[in-house]
Design a protein around this ligand. Sequence first.
Ligand code: NAD
Ligand code: DAU
Length: 338
Amino acid sequence: MKIIVTGGAGFIGSCFVRMALRERWAEHVINLDKLTYAGNPDNLRAIGEDARYRFAQIDICDSEAVGRLFEAESPDAIIHFAAESHVDRSIHSPAPVIQTNFNGTFTLLEAARRNRIARFVHVSTDEVYGSIEPPHEADENFPLRASSPYSASKAGSDLLALSYYTTYKLNVSVTRASNNYGPYQFPEKLIPLMISNALEDKPLPVYGDGQQIRDWLYVEDHCRAIQSVLEKGRPGEVYNVGGNRSLPNLEVVERILQATGKPESLITRVTDRPGHDRRYALTNAKLTRETGWEPKVSFEQGLLATVDWYRNNHSWVQRVKSGEYRRFYELNYANRSE
Ligand code: NAD
Ligand code: DAU
């Protein structure tokens, strides 16, 4: 199988590329990535000079370049990760989020339709269901109630992807995963931000009361789920992917302090995120029933492995925390103290 992975230089996409080559899920992997602030070639250094891998620096919104690549490579499948993935950035600056997440997905779907690509997996998020009251959890038929420009752009792109199955019979499946964590995650997201700040004895900025609930999924479990959907998922279907581990944010931060051996006094309460979803909760039952997938890495194991990785990859962290990272950190956290 020859696959094109979009966003393969980001956190989850790079994990998928490394696993696809290591576990021989594909014979050839082409990574289509624009290399935004979140795309980092260092994430793929472990691949070395593997002849089965090729990189193409392309913006998914560039229909000509995308069309040329699809035509030249004739891939068997597209695994679509590329996105502007951070909720806080989407609140400060929605335009690039809508452009990449909605229009970029449209460009890829069109190129896939024109080039008769046999399979398309669109990687999406549980955020499209919005905040969910306990004790309910979302299955794949739950209403879409996106709260942020990020989640609305993902909900829109999910519907567009599904319309390409209904209208054109393009073989599309959509996955909706919960919060991922693990090595190589850009330290703007909760877990890597808190780990890297704790390791540097910097304040840990908890939004609002810290009682918002997220379900945590180790990134390799997510990538295995996507591979299961690629192989066994049905066209036109949506599959939830959760880690079966719901925790309030404050508890996650406290566990990070324990794992890093740092004091609780580093926790700093800051003004809440506008439109902040209180709770995400989803069921994996459909994915497990149809493909046999289930999450394997416990939160305790995954968090320790992640803390170790950030501790041992100080130079990676220092490189990504310079430049653009500092600019956004200032913008997001300045004047936010409660
Ligand atoms: P990320 O921000 O780490 O990486 C995004 C990648 O996409 C980067 O390599 C970036 O360069 C690339 N990219 C961005 N805009 C592009 C464009 N216009 N053209 C080409 N490439 C572009 O994101 P991530 O956390 O790895 O998320 C990957 C996907 O998984 C996203 O679609 C996201 O919505 C989804 N998802 C993420 C999570 C999570 O917890 N991180 C959970 C569920 C779903
Ligand atoms: O649920 C899946 C989604 O998870 C993905 O679709 C997104 O791409 C991904 O970014 C993530 O979105 P969240 O907004 O849930 O993740 P984030 O890591 O930004 O925040 C997790 C929780 O922690 C959220 O309730 C906000 C809170 N938070 C976050 C940051 C960055 C803080 O309290 N302080 C912080 O500094």
